[in-house]
Design a protein around this ligand. Structure first.
Ligand code: NPW
Ligand code: ADP
Ligand code: K
Length: 496
C-alpha cells in the first residue's frame, strides 16, 4: 500500500514475481484489463484511441484495446515505431489485436473521445524528442481526456520530472504499487487520479525488493509516536527550547512554540531578547519566556540538561550570531534548524554536517530556496535529478534528517529511507506554516521520538491539521487544529 517503487525496484518486483511462478504475460494481460476497466468507467467515451509505444507499456495498450473492443467500444490503435520491432510479451499481445494498426505519427488524435497513453512507462530512458515528443505534444493539445498507462508518457517515475514533454492525464493506472513520480511534482499534477491495479504480483516480493521510499502516512511512525501514559508526567514529555529573534520578528518563534506545545512537548521555553518577552508571554500563557540578550545567556539556560531539544531559525536573523547560537545549542542536544539558521550557513553545508556530528540528532526543514542556498557549491547534492534524490543526498552529506518542504514534502534519512507527503492541501502554503512545522518537529523530538520518524510524523500531522482547519487557513490556526488530529491519532493508537 505505502511502499513506492522506482522503475528499477518495480522491475525487480516483476522478476521476483516471475521467479515465483507468475507468467509475465499474465501480468501484462491483467495490466491491460485494468486499464480497460478504467476507460470503460469514464463517461462519454465510445471512440477510444490507444497510442502504443515500442515496449511493454505499448503491450499493455494492445491488451486494453482488445478488451475494450470486445466490450463494444470503437477502438483504434496507433503504434509509435514499427510493428515488426515489437518484442517479447508486447509482440505476443500485439498479435492478438485483429484490427488495423495505424502510424501514430500521423494519426488524427482529435477523432477520439478518449486517448489511452501507452507510449512509455517505466522504460523511459531519455528525454522525448522528435516524433515521440511531437506526438505527446499533439496529445496534450488535443483537449481529449487521457488515461495514462503506468505514467503519463515522458514523466519519469523515479523523479516526478518531465523528460521533454508529457501530456496531463485525467487518470493514471499503475501496477502493484505507486511510483515516486506519482507523488512528486510536477508528476502528481500530471497524473490526474492515480489508480493502483493488482496484477498478480505477490506482496511478499517487497521483502526481497526492500524499497526505501514510502508514502508519508502513520504506518511509518505510529509505533514510535509518543502517546501520553496515565502514569506519566510532563517531564516525561520533554522540554523544548525555541530560540527567538527580536520583537519585530518574534511571530515566527511564537508560532513554533505553539506548534511544539500542541505537538505534545511537556514544556516549551522561548529564549528571546528582553523586548520580545511580553510578546511571548502573552502568546500562550503555557509558554515560558526567558531573556537572552547575548549568546552566553543561551549557554546559561541550556546548562539545565533537561532542556535537551532546541529549535533555531524562525525569525532569528541571518549571520554570525545565529551561527554562534547554533554552535552553543548543538552539542549533545536534539536540534531543529529552519529558515534563518539554514541561510546563515549558505554555501557552508559542511558546517551543518559538523553540527550534525555534535548534536544528539539533527533535523533541517528547508524550503527549496533555503535548500539551494545551503547546498550552494555542493553539486553532488544540488545536481541530483529531482527532489527525492536531492533530499537523500543532502541527508547522507549532513548525517542528519532533511525535510525538503513543498506540496510534496520529502523527509530523508542518511541511511536512504525517504517518505513523500501527499496530504498537504494547497492552502497550507501560507506565511508562517513552515514555522509551525518546525515547532511540531521540535515537540515530537522533545518527547524522544527518533528523528526520522519525528520529522515524518510532524509533516503528516501538519498536513492533517491544515485539512482539519480547512480553506482560509492562516498559520495561527494550525496549532489549534492539531488537537483534532491528535484526538484521532491517540484514539487509533490506543491511549489509556
Ligand atoms: N514491470 C512489470 O511488472 C510490468 C510492466 N508492465 C508495463 O511495462 C512497462 C515497462 O515496459 P518497458 O520496460 O518495456 O518500457 P517502456 O516504458 O515500454 O519503454 C521502453 C521502450 O521505449 C523506448 N524509449 C524509451 N525512452 C524513449 C525515448 N525518450 N524516446 C523514444 N523511445 C524511447 C525504448 O527504446 P530504447 O531505449 O530501447 O531505444 C523501448 O522500446 C511499464 O511501464 C508497464 O506499463 C506491465 O506490462 C505489467 C508488468
Ligand atoms: N503548494 C503547496 N501545497 C501544499 N503545501 C505546501 C505548498 N507549498 C508549500 N507548502 C507547505 O507550506 C509550508 C510553507 O513553509 P515555508 O516555505 O517555510 O513558509 P513560511 O516560511 O512562511 O513558514 C511547508 O510546510 C510546505 O510544505
Ligand atoms: K504511458
Amino acid at each position: 500500500m505505502y511502499a513506492l517503487l522506482d522503475p528499477q525496484e518495480m522491475s525487480r518486483a516483476d522478476h521476483c514475481a516471475v521467479d515465483a511462478g507468475v507468467p509475465a504475460l499474465a501480468l501484462m494481460e491483467k495490466a491491460g484489463c485494468a486499464v480497460a476497466d478504467v476507460v470503460a468507467r469514464r463517461p462519454h467515451a465510445t471512440r477510444v484511441l490507444v497510442l502504443c509505444g515500442p515496449g511493454n507499456n505499448g503491450g499493455d495498450g494492445f491488451v486494453a484495446a482488445r478488451v475494450l473492443a470486445q466490450r463494444g467500444f470503437r477502438v483504434r490503435v496507433a503504434l509509435l515505431g514499427e510493428r515488426g520491432r515489437l518484442a517479447g510479451d508486447a509482440a505476443a499481445v500485439a498479435a492478438l489485436w485483429r484490427g488495423p494498426v495505424e502510424d501514430a505519427t500521423r494519426v488524427d488524435v482529435m477523432a477520439a473521445d478518449l486517448i489511452v497513453d501507452a507510449l512509455f512507462g517505466a522504460g523511459l530512458a531519455r528525454d522525448l524528442d522528435g516524433a515521440a515528443r511531437a506526438l505527446v505534444e499533439r496529445m496534450a493539445a488535443s483537449g481529449r481526456p487521457i488515461v495514462a498507462v503506468d505514467l503519463p508518457s515522458g514523466l519519469d517515475g523515479a523523479t516526478g520530472l518531465v523528460r521533454g514533454a508529457a501530456a496531463p492525464a485525467v487518470e493514471t493506472v499503475t501496477f502493484f504499487r505507486r511510483k515516486p513520480g506519482h507523488l512528486l511534482e510536477p508528476g502528481r499534477s500530471l497524473c490526474g487520479k492515480v489508480r493502483v491495479a493488482d496484477i498478480g504480483i505477490p506482496d511478499a516480493v517487497l521483502d526481497l525488493v526492500r524499497p526505501k521510499t514510502a508514502v508519508n502516512a502513520p504506518h511509518l511512525w505510529e509505533a514510535l509516536f509518543p502517546v501520553p501514559r496515565r502514569s506519566g508526567h510532563k517531564y516525561d514529555r520533554g522540554h523544548g527550547v525555541v530560540v527567538s529573534g527580536g520583537a519585530w520578528t518574534s511571530g515566527a518563534a511564537r508560532l513554533a512554540a505553539r506548534g511544539a506545545l500542541r505537538a505534545g512537548a511537556g514544556l516549551v521555553t522561548v529564549a528571546c531578547p528582553a523586548a520580545a518577552l511580553p510578546l511571548h508571554a502573552g502568546s500562550y500563557a503555557a509558554v515560558m519566556a526567558r531573556p537572552m540578550e547575548r549568546p552566553a545567556d543561551l549557554s546559561a539556560l541550556l546548562a539545565d540538561t533537561r532542556l535537551n531539544t532546541v529549535l533555531l531559525g524562525p525569525g532569528l536573523g541571518v549571520g554570525a550570531t545565529t551561527r554562534q547560537l547554533v554552535a552553543i545549542a548543538a552539542p549533545g542536544r536534539r536540534v531543529v534548524l529552519d529558515a534563518d539558521a539554514l541561510t546563515s550557513f549558505a554555501g557552508a553545508a559542511w558546517s551543518v554536517g559538523d553540527v550534525a556530528r555534535q548534536a544528539a540528532a539533527l533535523v533541517i526543514t528547508p524550503h527549496d530556496g533555503e535548500f539551494a542556498r545551503l547546498f550552494h557549491g555542493t553539486p553532488e547534492v544540488l545536481e541530483r535529478p529531482g527532489k527525492l534524490a536531492r533530499a537523500r543526498a543532502a541527508a547522507a552529506r549532513l548525517g542528519g534528517i532533511v525535510v525538503l518542504k513543498g506540496p510534496d514534502t520529502v523527509v530523508a534519512a542518511p541511511d536512504g529511507r525517504a517518505a513523500i507527503a501527499e496530504n498537504a492541501p494547497a492552502y497550507l502554503a501560507t506565511a508562517g506554516a513552515g514555522d509551525v512545522l518546525a515547532g511540531i518537529t521540535l515537540g515530537l523530538l522533545a518527547q524522544g521520538m527518533p528523528a526520522y520518524e519525528a520529522a515524518a510524523a510532524a509533516v503528516w500531522v501538519h498536513g492533517e491539521a491544515a485539512r482539519a482547519a480547512g480553506p482560509g487557513l492562516v498559520a495561527d490556526d494550525l496549532p489549534e487544529a492539531l488537537r483534532a488530529v491528535y484526538t484521532r491519532l491517540y484514539e487509533a493508537l490506543g491511549m489509556e
